[in-house]
Design a protein around this ligand. Structure first.
Ligand code: NI
Length: 227
């Protein structure tokens, strides 16, 4: 399931991230790539353990925690510390799949990457090309969102960042280990949660059908969640 979420970061938070990133030292993005994907990758990144990456990463983790949609779609157990990348003119990341297991650079604790996220820090009119293209069973989807918006998709998908042909594309990216590792199960739960929320706005709080649906939702999570 591919879900776009608008305004994960407010405009002033995007501006703050951009200003801090502009002052930082960028390194070759191959440092976080696996053997196969390193060959396909030309971009720049902020070093994983840098102070700036931790500071801005924590701002993003707080922003995710206040997003009901992110919680509903990702059902996060652990979120990998957010990373930051940049594609200048001529840079791209060819078709690849993300590593399935990643050690947290600080704690060494391993997380299973169930959900991949990209949080756009550049507006779509600041660069040409640079779409995130994700393949799934329904074909391929090109995503290019506004600064502050996020897209999440199954980390099992093949995906690429199309070549940037002008300007510069800045983003944060990270992985989430979900309480529900199966994408199909997570999709059902997300749709159910969204529908219950929508129905709940139109019926009284004690409506028995809504109470029953809510209990089914929670009992499915109880059934599928691994902590
Ligand atoms: Ni990737």
């Amino acid at each position: 399931m591919l879900v776009s979420i608008r305004n994960i970061l407010a405009a002033d938070e995007v501006a703050y991230c951009r200003q801090e990133l502009a002052k930082s030292a960028w390194v070759d993005g191959k440092v976080t790539a696996g053997e196969q994907s390193a060959k396909a990758k030309t971009n720049l990144q902020i070093p994983q353990n840098s102070e700036i990456s931790e500071k801005l990463g924590s701002l993003i983790l707080h922003a995710l925690a206040r997003s009901e949609t992110f919680t509903s779609a990702a059902l996060p157990l652990r979120v990998f510390p957010p990373l930051f990348n940049r594609y200048d003119e001529g840079m791209n990341f060819g078709l690849h799949v993300d590593n399935s297991i990643r050690p947290d650079p600080k704690t060494g604790f391993r997380i299973r990457t169930d959900v991949s996220s990209t949080l756009f820090l550049s507006d779509s009119d600041e660069y040409e090309g640079g779409e995130l293209e994700i393949e799934d069973t329904y074909g391929s989807h090109k995503v290019k969102l506004s600064a502050g918006d996020l897209v999440l998709y199954p980390a099992s998908s093949l995906h690429r960042v199309c070549p940037v042909t002008g300007g510069s594309r800045w983003a944060s990216f990270f992985w989430t280990q979900s309480m529900v590792k199966d994408d199909n199960a997570r999709t059902l739960l997300y749709k159910m949660d969204q529908s219950i929320r929508s129905v709940r706005q139109r019926v009284p709080d004690d409506d028995h059908a809504v109470l029953t649906l809510t209990s089914v939702y929670h009992n499915l999570i109880r059934h599928w969640a691994e902590l």
